[in-house]
Design a protein around this ligand. Structure first.
Ligand SMILES: O=C(O)COP(=O)(O)O
Ligand SMILES: [Mg+2]
Length: 237
Protein backbone atom coordinates (compact mmCIF):
# COMPACT_ATOMS: atom_id res chain seq x y z
CA UNK A 1 0.00 0.00 0.00
CA UNK A 2 2.99 2.30 0.39
CA UNK A 3 2.91 2.96 -3.38
CA UNK A 4 6.73 2.74 -3.42
CA UNK A 5 7.14 5.93 -1.39
CA UNK A 6 6.61 8.28 -4.31
CA UNK A 7 4.29 11.24 -4.75
CA UNK A 8 3.75 11.16 -8.50
CA UNK A 9 0.35 12.67 -9.27
CA UNK A 10 0.08 14.17 -5.78
CA UNK A 11 -0.08 17.85 -4.94
CA UNK A 12 1.02 19.26 -1.60
CA UNK A 13 -0.45 22.66 -0.74
CA UNK A 14 1.42 24.78 1.80
CA UNK A 15 0.36 27.76 3.84
CA UNK A 16 3.02 30.49 3.79
CA UNK A 17 3.26 32.63 6.97
CA UNK A 18 4.19 30.41 9.90
CA UNK A 19 4.38 27.28 7.74
CA UNK A 20 6.98 27.68 5.00
CA UNK A 21 8.49 30.92 6.22
CA UNK A 22 9.01 32.49 9.64
CA UNK A 23 7.69 35.91 8.60
CA UNK A 24 6.92 37.26 12.07
CA UNK A 25 10.12 39.39 12.43
CA UNK A 26 9.49 41.45 9.30
CA UNK A 27 5.72 41.69 9.87
CA UNK A 28 6.62 42.97 13.35
CA UNK A 29 9.00 45.54 11.86
CA UNK A 30 6.32 46.84 9.47
CA UNK A 31 3.58 46.92 12.09
CA UNK A 32 5.79 48.73 14.59
CA UNK A 33 6.79 51.20 11.88
CA UNK A 34 3.15 52.33 11.49
CA UNK A 35 2.36 52.09 15.22
CA UNK A 36 5.27 54.27 16.28
CA UNK A 37 4.52 56.59 13.36
CA UNK A 38 1.08 57.06 14.91
CA UNK A 39 2.65 57.85 18.29
CA UNK A 40 1.80 54.42 19.75
CA UNK A 41 3.98 51.86 21.56
CA UNK A 42 5.45 49.02 19.48
CA UNK A 43 4.24 45.45 20.07
CA UNK A 44 6.57 42.49 20.76
CA UNK A 45 7.25 39.26 18.85
CA UNK A 46 4.94 37.00 20.96
CA UNK A 47 2.11 39.49 20.37
CA UNK A 48 2.53 39.64 16.61
CA UNK A 49 2.27 35.86 16.37
CA UNK A 50 -1.29 36.13 17.73
CA UNK A 51 -2.24 38.65 15.02
CA UNK A 52 -1.08 36.74 11.91
CA UNK A 53 -3.37 34.47 9.90
CA UNK A 54 -6.04 36.52 8.17
CA UNK A 55 -3.92 38.77 6.01
CA UNK A 56 -1.88 41.91 6.59
CA UNK A 57 -4.82 44.31 6.84
CA UNK A 58 -6.49 42.28 9.62
CA UNK A 59 -3.12 41.99 11.38
CA UNK A 60 -2.57 45.73 11.28
CA UNK A 61 -6.08 46.54 12.52
CA UNK A 62 -5.63 44.07 15.39
CA UNK A 63 -2.24 45.65 16.11
CA UNK A 64 -3.85 49.03 16.60
CA UNK A 65 -6.54 47.30 18.67
CA UNK A 66 -3.90 45.83 21.00
CA UNK A 67 -2.79 49.42 21.67
CA UNK A 68 -6.40 50.43 22.36
CA UNK A 69 -6.88 52.35 19.12
CA UNK A 70 -9.53 51.98 16.41
CA UNK A 71 -8.79 54.29 13.51
CA UNK A 72 -11.50 55.74 11.26
CA UNK A 73 -11.59 53.89 7.92
CA UNK A 74 -9.76 56.59 5.94
CA UNK A 75 -6.92 56.75 8.49
CA UNK A 76 -6.73 52.96 8.58
CA UNK A 77 -6.43 52.98 4.79
CA UNK A 78 -3.57 55.46 4.98
CA UNK A 79 -1.86 53.47 7.74
CA UNK A 80 -2.23 50.33 5.67
CA UNK A 81 -0.57 52.04 2.70
CA UNK A 82 2.38 52.93 4.96
CA UNK A 83 2.46 49.39 6.31
CA UNK A 84 2.54 47.84 2.83
CA UNK A 85 5.17 50.25 1.50
CA UNK A 86 7.45 49.48 4.44
CA UNK A 87 6.78 45.74 4.36
CA UNK A 88 7.42 45.43 0.60
CA UNK A 89 10.77 47.16 1.03
CA UNK A 90 11.70 44.97 4.03
CA UNK A 91 9.91 41.69 3.34
CA UNK A 92 12.89 39.34 3.66
CA UNK A 93 15.25 41.16 6.00
CA UNK A 94 14.86 38.60 8.79
CA UNK A 95 12.17 36.30 7.36
CA UNK A 96 13.57 32.86 6.56
CA UNK A 97 12.19 29.44 5.61
CA UNK A 98 11.81 27.30 8.74
CA UNK A 99 14.75 25.01 9.44
CA UNK A 100 14.91 22.11 7.00
CA UNK A 101 12.08 23.50 4.85
CA UNK A 102 13.99 23.87 1.58
CA UNK A 103 15.50 20.38 1.85
CA UNK A 104 12.08 18.90 2.67
CA UNK A 105 10.50 20.59 -0.37
CA UNK A 106 13.27 19.22 -2.56
CA UNK A 107 12.76 15.70 -1.21
CA UNK A 108 9.07 15.91 -2.14
CA UNK A 109 9.87 17.24 -5.60
CA UNK A 110 12.43 14.45 -6.10
CA UNK A 111 9.70 11.98 -5.17
CA UNK A 112 7.43 13.37 -7.90
CA UNK A 113 5.17 15.70 -5.90
CA UNK A 114 3.81 18.96 -7.24
CA UNK A 115 3.92 21.82 -4.72
CA UNK A 116 1.75 24.92 -4.39
CA UNK A 117 1.19 27.76 -1.93
CA UNK A 118 -2.26 28.62 -0.57
CA UNK A 119 -1.94 31.75 1.57
CA UNK A 120 -4.02 34.54 3.03
CA UNK A 121 -1.09 36.82 2.29
CA UNK A 122 -1.59 39.10 -0.71
CA UNK A 123 -0.43 37.77 -4.07
CA UNK A 124 2.18 40.47 -4.67
CA UNK A 125 3.64 40.09 -1.18
CA UNK A 126 3.67 36.29 -1.43
CA UNK A 127 5.43 36.26 -4.78
CA UNK A 128 7.96 38.84 -3.64
CA UNK A 129 8.76 37.02 -0.39
CA UNK A 130 9.07 33.61 -2.05
CA UNK A 131 11.16 35.20 -4.82
CA UNK A 132 13.54 36.95 -2.44
CA UNK A 133 14.07 33.68 -0.59
CA UNK A 134 14.86 31.91 -3.87
CA UNK A 135 12.01 29.41 -3.60
CA UNK A 136 9.83 30.39 -6.59
CA UNK A 137 10.91 27.54 -8.86
CA UNK A 138 9.77 24.92 -6.39
CA UNK A 139 6.10 25.89 -6.64
CA UNK A 140 3.82 25.15 -9.58
CA UNK A 141 1.39 27.77 -8.29
CA UNK A 142 1.15 30.48 -5.64
CA UNK A 143 -2.36 31.64 -4.76
CA UNK A 144 -2.75 34.64 -2.48
CA UNK A 145 -5.98 35.64 -0.75
CA UNK A 146 -6.79 38.33 -3.30
CA UNK A 147 -6.54 35.82 -6.18
CA UNK A 148 -8.99 33.33 -4.66
CA UNK A 149 -12.73 33.45 -5.31
CA UNK A 150 -13.13 33.06 -1.54
CA UNK A 151 -10.10 33.05 0.79
CA UNK A 152 -9.23 30.46 3.44
CA UNK A 153 -10.99 28.99 5.39
CA UNK A 154 -13.21 28.69 2.30
CA UNK A 155 -12.59 25.58 0.20
CA UNK A 156 -12.43 27.61 -3.02
CA UNK A 157 -8.98 28.88 -2.09
CA UNK A 158 -7.67 25.34 -1.62
CA UNK A 159 -9.32 23.95 -4.77
CA UNK A 160 -8.08 26.86 -6.87
CA UNK A 161 -4.50 26.58 -5.59
CA UNK A 162 -4.38 22.82 -6.24
CA UNK A 163 -5.92 23.15 -9.70
CA UNK A 164 -3.65 26.08 -10.61
CA UNK A 165 -0.76 23.72 -9.90
CA UNK A 166 -2.30 21.20 -12.32
CA UNK A 167 -3.37 18.89 -9.49
CA UNK A 168 -6.60 17.30 -8.38
CA UNK A 169 -8.11 17.68 -4.87
CA UNK A 170 -8.59 13.89 -4.54
CA UNK A 171 -4.80 13.54 -4.61
CA UNK A 172 -3.80 16.56 -2.58
CA UNK A 173 -2.56 17.14 0.96
CA UNK A 174 -2.51 20.38 2.96
CA UNK A 175 0.23 21.61 5.32
CA UNK A 176 -0.52 24.57 7.59
CA UNK A 177 0.04 26.23 10.94
CA UNK A 178 -3.40 27.55 11.84
CA UNK A 179 -7.03 26.82 12.62
CA UNK A 180 -7.85 28.72 9.42
CA UNK A 181 -5.74 26.21 7.47
CA UNK A 182 -7.36 23.26 9.24
CA UNK A 183 -10.82 24.53 8.38
CA UNK A 184 -9.85 25.27 4.78
CA UNK A 185 -8.40 21.76 4.35
CA UNK A 186 -11.46 20.13 5.96
CA UNK A 187 -13.84 22.22 3.85
CA UNK A 188 -12.01 21.04 0.74
CA UNK A 189 -11.82 17.42 1.96
CA UNK A 190 -8.00 17.35 2.07
CA UNK A 191 -5.96 15.56 4.75
CA UNK A 192 -4.41 18.19 7.03
CA UNK A 193 -0.87 18.15 8.44
CA UNK A 194 -0.31 20.66 11.25
CA UNK A 195 3.08 22.25 11.90
CA UNK A 196 3.64 23.17 15.53
CA UNK A 197 6.36 25.79 14.88
CA UNK A 198 3.99 28.40 13.42
CA UNK A 199 1.72 31.05 14.91
CA UNK A 200 -1.34 29.15 16.16
CA UNK A 201 -2.38 29.70 19.77
CA UNK A 202 -4.59 26.60 19.90
CA UNK A 203 -2.90 23.35 20.89
CA UNK A 204 -2.46 20.46 18.43
CA UNK A 205 -5.04 18.53 20.50
CA UNK A 206 -7.58 21.30 19.91
CA UNK A 207 -6.75 21.52 16.20
CA UNK A 208 -7.06 17.71 15.87
CA UNK A 209 -5.20 17.43 12.55
CA UNK A 210 -4.57 14.22 10.61
CA UNK A 211 -0.85 14.54 11.29
CA UNK A 212 1.54 16.75 13.27
CA UNK A 213 5.16 17.73 12.74
CA UNK A 214 7.46 19.84 14.88
CA UNK A 215 10.31 19.98 12.35
CA UNK A 216 10.62 19.77 8.57
CA UNK A 217 12.78 16.64 8.94
CA UNK A 218 9.48 14.87 9.74
CA UNK A 219 7.56 16.20 6.73
CA UNK A 220 8.22 13.49 4.16
CA UNK A 221 7.26 10.58 6.40
CA UNK A 222 4.23 12.37 7.83
CA UNK A 223 2.91 13.20 4.35
CA UNK A 224 3.61 9.62 3.24
CA UNK A 225 1.28 8.37 5.98
CA UNK A 226 -1.48 10.79 4.93
CA UNK A 227 -1.03 9.83 1.27
CA UNK A 228 -1.31 6.12 2.08
CA UNK A 229 -4.43 6.72 4.19
CA UNK A 230 -5.98 8.71 1.37
CA UNK A 231 -5.15 5.97 -1.16
CA UNK A 232 -6.73 3.38 1.15
CA UNK A 233 -9.90 5.41 1.51
CA UNK A 234 -10.06 6.07 -2.26
CA UNK A 235 -9.86 2.28 -2.78
CA UNK A 236 -12.49 1.68 -0.15
CA UNK A 237 -15.08 3.79 -1.93
O1 LIG B 1 -0.57 36.89 6.21
C1 LIG B 1 -1.36 36.31 6.99
O2 LIG B 1 -1.93 36.87 7.93
C2 LIG B 1 -1.67 34.86 6.76
O3 LIG B 1 -0.84 34.24 5.83
P1 LIG B 1 -0.88 32.63 5.72
O4 LIG B 1 -2.25 32.27 5.22
O5 LIG B 1 0.23 32.35 4.75
O6 LIG B 1 -0.60 32.12 7.09
MG1 LIG C 1 -0.06 30.59 8.45
Amino acid sequence: MAENGRFDGWTVAFDLDGTLVDTAPDLLGALNHVLTDAGLEPVDLPTIATLIGNGARAMMEKGFGVQGVTLPAAEMDAAFERFIAYYIANIAVDSRPFEGCTEALDALLDAGATLCVCTNKRQDLSERLIGELGLTDRFAAILGADRATNRKPHQDHVFEAVRAAGGTPERALFVGDSRTDERAARNAGLPFLFVTFGYEAETPEMIAPDGIIGHYAQLFDALSVLRDQAIASLRGR
